[in-house]
Design a protein around this ligand. Structure first.
Ligand code: KG4
Ligand code: ZN
Length: 331
């Protein structure tokens, strides 16, 4: 089976081909236009998707030496994400589906982050997934394909959002997550003891207190001190975020008794988180799945993979499907 995956939920226009379980192409056009604004500007994002989508899809097909007629189904992100951006991808996919008489598959972006793990790992159930992206931080129990139970969710900022907002406070350019990660590698994680909110309680997350704490800390210490100790502060922030994420995953494993865990979403590219998860799984004798970095942050290979899994189950959609900005009942 050959599936074309299309992703336009935020600021990456992406297209990918999966064929018989192997990724044949994975093209990502990132939108540099937002950098000057310190965050994604929705209207600019949809315009940029509109400009690049055909070129991106064409490149994904070319790299796989295919034409649209060779594809068995078209999988496209239906939500959650920016409404204007989702509309560009979904409308394009519908047009292609009509023109070439191909079935359409709407894909939940958050599901896709999780199922990206099955690009490189064998399918195995049940598992607990820690999904950590720019917009979501969730713990999900999955007992079978597309059978999900939400165990924990963020009460305020998502983990990626916390990395980005704190990085901005520290003067780092958007998106700050990867830069905080890089700087942390040269810093001391014990330099400052930032709060680990709700670490001892339940499976929900809260990161807005940490953000406020960093803001007050930088105001108290002053710009010069912060700049001189930036690596140490970044490492201490990363330690606070990753300690909470690790502790919650551990609790979810204890509560569910699973033997398999997975990380998913942009923040799963974080090196400190990867190390801590590795250690945790060794100690608890768990198998740990983490996508390689190219499949952690937004990409279309994960959409193609989830499309393939849906097609296998006969889960095709009508051309009437609409985009959704927020997560619905899928979990
Ligand atoms: O999953 P993703 O690509 O997009 C969403 O669906 O939101 O996640 C993007 C988030 C951003 O907040 C970005 O700063 C964060 O993932 N991120 C990282 C790293 N790489 C990406 N955060 C910490 N360390 C990283 N290495
Ligand atoms: Zn994402």
């Amino acid at each position: 089976m050959v599936i074309l995956g299309i992703e336009t939920s935020c600021d990456e226009t992406a297209a990918s081909i999966i064929s018989g379980g192997s990724i044949r192409s994975n093209v990502i056009a990132s939108q540099a236009v937002h950098e000057t604004f310190g965050g994604v500007v929705p209207e600019l994002a949809s315009r940029a998707h509109h400009k690049t989508i055909w070129q991106t899809v064409k490149q994904a097909l070319d790299e796989a030496s295919l034409q649209p007629k060779d594809v068995d189904a078209i999988a496209v992100t239906q939500g959650p994400g920016l409404m204007g951006s989702l509309l560009v991808g979904l409308s394009f996919a519908k047009g292609l589906a009509i023109s070439f008489n191909k079935p359409l598959i709407g894909v939940n972006h958050i599901d896709a982050h999780m199922y990206a793990n099955f690009i490189e790992h064998d399918e195995v159930y049940p598992f607990v997934a820690l999904i950590v992206s720019g917009g979501h931080t969730r713990l999900v129990y999955v007992d079978n394909l597309f059978s999900h139970k939400l165990l924990g969710d963020t009460r305020d900022d998502a983990a990626g959002e916390a990395f980005d907002k704190i990085g901005k406070i520290l003067g780092l350019p958007y998106p700050a997550g990867p830069q905080v990660d890089e700087r942390s590698k040269n810093g001391d994680p014990k330099f400052h003891d930032f709060p680990r909110s709700m670490i001892k309680k339940g499976l929900d997350f809260s990161f807005s207190g940490l953000k406020t704490s960093v803001l007050y800390y930088t105001q108290e210490m002053g710009d010069e001190y912060v700049n001189n100790h930036l690596d140490d502060i970044c490492a201490s922030v990363s330690a606070a975020i990753t300690d909470v994420l690790t502790a919650k995953l551990k609790r979810a494993v204890q509560q569910t008794g699973v033997k398999h865990v997975m990380l998913a979403g942009g923040v799963s590219a974080n090196s400190m988180l990867r190390k801590k998860m590795d250690l945790l799984s060794q100690r608890m004798h768990l198998t740990l799945m983490i996508p390689s970095v190219q499949y952690c942050t937004d990409n279309a290979a994960m959409i193609a993979k989830t499309g393939e899994l849906k097609a296998r189950e006969g889960l095709f959609d009508s051309l009437e499907i609409k985009p959704f900005a927020r997560l619905q009942s899928v979990f």
